[in-house]
Design a protein around this ligand. Structure first.
Ligand SMILES: [Zn+2]
Length: 473
């Protein structure tokens, strides 16, 4: 078996990886807080984790992935309060949307999606254990805090300078900055809004609710054991979230919490320029409405290494749409009876074998998506040229099909054939009418903007003899 290597945030190095028991990768991935549909930035992380689980499986390991759903937190309680609902009335529909979005993006189902509110006893037990071990204490405000001064390894993951650590000072919010390396809340004493919205439980320290960091530690250890093989998340979770998960878990068990930590970089979607040019493509729903396929988005995400920042731009999405069309055309060509009848060449087999070897080597080397894609596109270029020769070798075509299936089984970027859409045609006609009006008013900037928007959604327009024709590409 080839080497498999991952960049470990703990050591800041790419190092060989294998599950501790040699067969099953026990993998924990921090999931969404379910008060709003997840942002595309969250989905970049979930796509990186989807790539991870598929590559781990390709390498021959069984994957046991847990992704939590944070269904109790400040934002959820505020929302529930505003709408006169309980927290579960707020979170249930959002959980449904999450799974619909996940399926749209072809993100494989994790083995478990535990909800924080279903693990309150495990969380209470963990806090109890930390108090018994002398690393947690109940403060005057009734909440229980973790004493970071009692855990010397605090700050190891995020490489906090010790001067930044302020033991004894306390922070109750879940999300705080590096400047606030303080004792953090494990269990928050109930407030009135917690009781009203159903976000409060009994505990030895009175009514209250768990802190966010505690949720992940308790669920991860309950479902996967004291030491995980792999813990993943977005880079923004390194501090404080993952630092605090390590502190709570390791202080309780005396064992390493996760052998390896992997973090995906940001998707940059902010900025006026982006908002103006791509419109409301900050959610999967927006993406669907803008007719960006899952295949195109997956190509766009995997075409940048997961540890590099990625800018969501109209140009990049349009290029990805174009790219996956080539993959789709090649897949269709390989699957057709005509191609089978005409057959392939020995060089087609060679191209297929090389593509698989190169794509796998790239993916096994810290999930190098861009190189795997490069290998695939080289295969498509060479494959098409060899098919043009009509070499008569049916086995060669079969080998090429199998190679494409193997690579696409990981990347999953063959687009669906789009059904005809009457709503779309109507929308295009409206845009064209608006463009005509803009041109009559000599507002060429607006006319250009509309053309640009149409192009970005795969509509090509042609002006000839005073008329405008359009086609979907
Ligand atoms: Zn977490």
């Amino acid at each position: 078996m080839p080497d498999f290597r991952l960049y470990n945030t703990l050591t800041r190095q790419v190092e060989p990886f294998a599950p501790a028991d040699g067969t099953t990768v026990r993998m924990y991935t921090c999931g969404p807080t379910v008060y709003n549909p997840a942002h595309l930035g969250n989905f970049r992380t979930f796509l990186f984790e989807d790539l991870m689980r598929r590559v781990l499986a390709l390498r021959g390991w069984t994957v046991h992935q847990v992704m939590n759903l944070t269904d109790v937190d400040d934002k959820i309680i505020t929302r529930a309060r505003e709408q006169g609902k309980t927290i579960s009335e707020v979170t249930e529909p959002v959980i449904e949307v999450f799974h619909r979005d996940r399926e749209y993006l072809r993100i494989q189902r994790a083995e478990a999606y535990p909800r924080a509110t279903a693990f309150i006893p495990q969380m209470v037990a963990l806090v109890q254990r930390l108090i018994e071990r002398g690393v947690a204490y109940q403060a005057d405000d009734g909440s229980v805090y973790f004493a970071i001064a009692k855990f010397p390894a605090y700050g190891r993951l995020s490489r906090l300078d010790t001067r930044e650590i302020k033991p004894g000072a306390r922070v109750i919010q879940d999300d705080y900055s590096k400047e606030n390396a303080q004792d953090f809340a494990l269990w928050k004493a109930a407030k009135e809004e917690d009781e009203i919205t159903g976000a409060s439980w009994d505990s030895p320290w009175g009514r209250g609710r768990p802190g966010w960091h505690l949720e992940c530690s308790a669920m991860a250890m309950d479902l996967l054991g004291d030491t995980l093989d792999l813990h993943c998340g977005g880079i923004d979770l390194i501090f404080p979230h993952h630092e605090d998960e390590i502190a709570q878990s390791e202080a309780a068990t005396g064992q390493p919490f996760s052998r390896v930590w992997c973090h995906g970089a940001f998707l940059l979607t902010e900025g006026a320029k982006m908002a103006k040019r791509v419109g409301n493509v900050s959610t999967v729903q927006g993406l669907r409405e803008a007719r960006f396929s899952a295949a195109a988005l997956r190509h766009f995400v995997f075409n940048t290494h997961y540890r590099k920042e990625l800018n969501l731009s109209e140009e990049a999405l349009a290029a990805s749409r174009q790219a996956v069309r080539r993959v789709g055309d090649f897949a269709e060509r390989l699957r057709s009876d005509t191609t089978m009848a005409l057959g392939g060449t020995p060089a087609l087999v060679q191209a297929a074998d090389e593509a698989v070897a190169q794509a796998e080597a790239a993916l096994f080397d810290d999930l190098n998506g861009p190189e795997a894609l490069a290998a695939l596109f080289e295969f498509i270029r060479r494959g098409n040229a060899e098919l043009d020769r009509k070499g008569g070798d049916r086995t060669a075509v079969e080998r090429a099909r199998a190679a494409l299936d193997r690579i696409d089984g990981i990347l999953d970027i063959v687009p669906d054939r789009e059904p005809a859409d009457e709503g779309l045609a109507e929308w295009i006609e409206e845009q064209l009418a608006a463009r005509r009006a803009a041109r009559i008013a000599r507002d060429f900037a607006e006319a250009d903007r509309i053309r640009h928007e149409l192009t970005s959604r795969g509509v090509t327009i042609e002006d000839s003899a005073g008329e405008t024709h359009w086609k979907l590409d």
